[in-house]
Write a protein that binds this ligand. Structure first.
Ligand code: FAD
Length: 400
């Protein structure tokens, strides 16, 4: 079953925050079950009913062309580029393209509200989804909350507010569930601005990651796994701490990522109209994927505020990915001096641009495939989309 399209939608009682979720351990806390749209969870949940190809066809007019490897990796798209704001927004995750598009859409009256996620007063990393109705509220949602975030928990408020034109900003699992119930929201127009997403964590998991990896966990305001194969932590005083990927304490961190993220094959947010990330772009630039005409319409709003360049690709990821598979399995951690050296070498000769994005997608999909096969073998066939299966088939995986 694809998107739900009965004219009058049905309601069910939202779950209490403490109740076990229908997806059980695989719940990504997208927020759907905090609303009466939980009625549709069995069809809509990305971890109960993977239906990316069907929803792509409904949203973009076609699903991925499986003869085209770019489609396997980056999803349905009509354009791709590297971009950055001419004047970056201070404190945004990258240059603030996401916040800027949302503000333009609101200022020009294209939408009446924007679903985005601020943080609570007490904790800069604790997500607090809202429907923003002013540019200030959108700006206050800038920067990643690198934790599972119940963005869809505000869906009931949309229907109650009578809003007809809405922008939703979100990550893949949130957007899959949103697309499945889109027709029930009573909207005239829904715009979806997505970011890629991988390796998300609960708030407790985030603390473990920060404590294990950063020298000063309590002052981290932002972090990102960058294209130079290092994690960059930005601290309150503006200083940047970098830690090479190869020096991460893989053994300690193995169980830190949420089980939902360990079974996710929608890294690139297949169902958004427009995707803004970084991993297919040169260092310091953002990566933009325009999936359909709606996405192009959104991007056009900021064309005078950004500079762009074509995407490029160099290097060959395949050996590095193949070697990383048993290394991850065994929880190999290099001594820091070796990790730093390896970081320098791989930055010089390693994959860049779109090839870096493929490196990251391949590494995560092979890891996740093994995770599903070992922990949820009964789900494997239906849960792994065909494009992901083809990506995984390029590598030799351990038999068990
Ligand atoms: P900003 O203008 O700073 O706006 C950020 C927006 O993100 C805000 O509108 C906010 O509502 C929304 N947001 C913040 N946290 C969450 C959340 N937890 N769930 C849903 N929405 C949220 N890009 C890649 O290319 N590769 C990756 O591996 C990758 N991993 C990511 C992992 C996570 C958990 C997240 C949230 C994003 C990830 N991204 C990744 C996207 C990237 O980090 C930037 O978010 C993106 O480039 C936009 O930057 P910006 O400066 O334009 O955003």
């Amino acid at each position: 079953m694809t998107a739900i399209d009965s004219p009058k939608h049905k309601k069910a009682k939202a779950l209490k925050s403490t109740s076990r979720r229908p997806a059980k351990d695989l719940c990504s806390e997208c927020g759907l079950c905090d609303t009466y749209y939980i009625h549709y969870v069995k069809e809509a949940c990305a971890f109960i009913n993977q239906q990316i190809a069907e929803l792509e066809a409904e949203t973009h007019g076609r699903s991925r062309n499986l003869e085209n490897q770019d489609d396997w990796y980056f999803g349905v798209h009509q354009d791709m580029m590297a971009a950055r704001k001419k004047q970056p927004i201070p404190g945004a995750q990258w240059t603030g393209i996401v916040s800027t598009i949302a503000i333009e859409m609101l200022n020009r009256g294209m939408v009446e509200g924007v679903v985005c996620v601020q943080n609570t007063k007490e904790d800069r990393f604790q997500p607090m989804p809202i429907i923003a109705r002013t540019p200030e509220e959108i700006l206050a949602a800038k920067v990643n909350k690198p934790t599972l975030s119940p963005n869809l928990s505000v869906l009931e408020q949309i229907e109650q507010s009578g809003m007809k034109r809405l922008l939703v900003i979100g990550v893949g699992c949130q957007i899959q569930a949103l697309r499945a119930v889109e027709k029930q929201l009573g909207l005239e127009k829904l715009y979806v601005l997505g970011t890629p997403c991988v390796d998300n964590v609960t708030r407790a998991g985030l603390q473990k990651f920060l404590d294990t990896t950063s020298k000063s966990p309590e002052t981290v305001v932002y972090y990102e796994f960058m294209q130079d194969f290092r994690v960059h932590f930005k601290h309150e005083d503006g200083s940047i701490e970098t830690v090479p990927f190869f020096g991460l304490n893989t053994k300690e961190l193995k169980d830190v990522f949420a089980p939902s993220c360990m079974t996710c094959f929608d890294y690139v947010n297949s169902l958004a109209d427009l995707v803004v990330g970084y991993m297919g772009a040169p260092f310091g630039w953002q990566w933009i994927v325009v999936r359909n005409d709606t996405g192009q319409e959104m991007l056009d709003l900021v064309k005078d505020l950004i500079e762009t360049q074509p995407v490029n690709s160099s290097g060959d990821r395949r050996n590095a990915v193949q070697q990383s598979i048993p290394a991850y399995d065994k929880g190999v951690t290099l001594p820091m001096w070796a990790a730093k050296l390896m970081g320098v070498v791989i930055e010089k000769i390693g994959p860049k641009g779109l090839e870096y994005a493929r490196f990251s997608i391949d590494s995560h999909f092979t890891r996740n495939y093994l995770y599903v096969k070992r922990n949820y073998p009964e789900k494997l066939a239906a849960h792994v989309p065909e494009y992901a299966q083809r990506i995984v088939n390029q590598y030799k995986l351990p038999q068990s």
